[in-house]
Design a protein around this ligand. Structure first.
Ligand SMILES: [Cu+2]
Length: 178
């Protein structure tokens, strides 16, 4: 008889708890649906913002393009007076260039290379940029001295690099075209 009482008293609270749990579940469903509606509204408001940012980026590129024609416009007046263009003298002696820095105005440029090393092969090759990583714009043939070579170029303003392809570590220099 003493074992029956705990089981009877235990059933009562259990049923009440199940009713309370059902009411809580219904409340959470309403709250969850309310949050779902709010969550759906936020992404729709955020979408226009990235589109506006994308429109700003191409506009900045247009500014760079519009600047380039202005620089090119100054080139013809500078090149017109001198019909021959710039002439740069370069000497190779003891497998070294006498000049490691050359400057010239944009337009036709002639490099006169004097290889004074008898029986030693030299040349002059001009590359875009600061090194010989890209293809050369122009180059003379590798020939043994003593010999005079002429390299004719037509260069836009910028930084260029020149070297002897037979001695790239000792015969090199920078050419600045403005
Ligand atoms: Cu050389």
């Amino acid at each position: 008889m003493t074992l029956m009482n705990p089981s009877h008293t235990g059933e009562g609270p259990l049923f009440r708890n199940r009713k309370r749990a059902g009411a809580v579940c219904a409340l959470m469903a309403i709250v969850a649906s309310a949050f779902a509606l709010m969550a759906c509204g936020e992404p729709a408001a955020q979408d226009p913002t990235p589109v506006k940012t994308w429109k700003i980026t191409p506009a900045a590129t247009d500014f760079v393009v519009s600047t380039t024609p202005g620089v090119e416009a100054t080139k013809p007046p500078a090149g017109t007076p001198s019909t021959e263009g710039a002439v740069l003298d370069l000497v190779g002696v003891g497998s070294v260039f006498d000049l490691e820095e050359l400057e010239a105005p944009a337009g036709p440029i002639t490099i006169k290379f004097n290889n004074q090393d008898a029986g030693v092969v030299h040349n002059v090759a001009v590359y875009p940029g600061d090194d010989a990583s890209e293809n050369p714009i122009g180059a003379t043939e590798l020939e043994s001295g003593e010999i005079e070579q002429t390299l004719e170029l037509n260069l836009e303003p910028g930084d260029y690099f020149y070297q002897c392809d037979a001695h790239p570590t000792t015969m090199k220099g920078d050419l600045k075209v403005s």
